[in-house]
Design a protein around this ligand. Sequence first.
Ligand SMILES: [Zn+2]
Ligand SMILES: [Zn+2]
Length: 350
Amino acid sequence: MSDPLPPAAALRRIAFLLERAREPTHRVSAFRTAAAVVDTLGPDELDRRIRTRTLTDLRGIGPKTGAAIAQAHAGEVPEYLARLEETYGDLLPLADDVAELRSRLRGDLHVHSDWSDGGSPIREMAEAAIGLGHDYMALTDHSPRLTVANGLSPERLERQLDVVAALNEELSPFRILTGIECDINVDGSLDQTDELLGRLDVVVASVHSDLRAESAAMTERMLAAVANPYTDVLGHCTGRLLVPREQREGRRQRPRPESTFDAEAVFSACVEHGTAVEINSRPERLDPPLRLLNLAVELGCEFAIDTDAHAPGQLDWQGNGCERAVECGVRTEHVVNSRTADELLDWTAG
Ligand SMILES: [Zn+2]
Ligand SMILES: [Zn+2]
């Protein structure tokens, strides 16, 4: 990340990197607050304040944030941001074509908040996405049946839609797309009312139970979900876990192998029904495995490169998915979240 950002975006990027560096919360929020102040100023007012050196007269802007704003406004990368980028910007260096693909992603279609099993409020997730330069994020909390993950009943999902609408007024032009990570029931139906599924912008359908079912049953189940007109994305298709992980309330999940199913049939159905195959970037999932990702590419699938983030810092995991996408020859035009929000919504509505 070396292209200059507009002032507010530069401040949010600084906040994001400070958070990743585990700096104290008050230092992180100083930059978020300053970004919010900049958002309220028109370009002329910002210009005038910088010329007359009265930026720091504004509540919420100090010498450090003021300097960063002035440098970003002049079209430079603020010095402070450049230093942070050097230390924390790329914990792993990305090859050029991976970085290129990553820079083309405009949003994330699989994100959790503290309404289900995520750790942070919706607003913090959205602000982190803004800090990454994203235009949108689909909020996809769990569905009712997944009680261990505090899945949302129809009533709670209705309430969440109102909360998202209010946040969208505030955060515009950034857009929180309404959504769900919907359990695929054992019979292949989806775990939410059709009425609500029809109102959501993005539906990610995932298998979270009976993962060891025999191949024929699992194939039928997934085929039904992929063909469901409300389904937009097939989430972490094999369900594998590469390393153990901690869950809420101290529960510990052991690694588990892939579910078995007829991948050729399921991916072909994805092509037929316009359902994107998720490339899940969580380090313990990295799902689908490369062998299946290659197969999906060969069959002509579209993809969503998602983080499945449960915390703001995890929104930065898309590099993992991009690496695998590049390795398997996924083309950018087949990645649905490289599209603008409007193009994406045309696609999910279709
Ligand atoms: Zn899931
Ligand atoms: Zn998820």
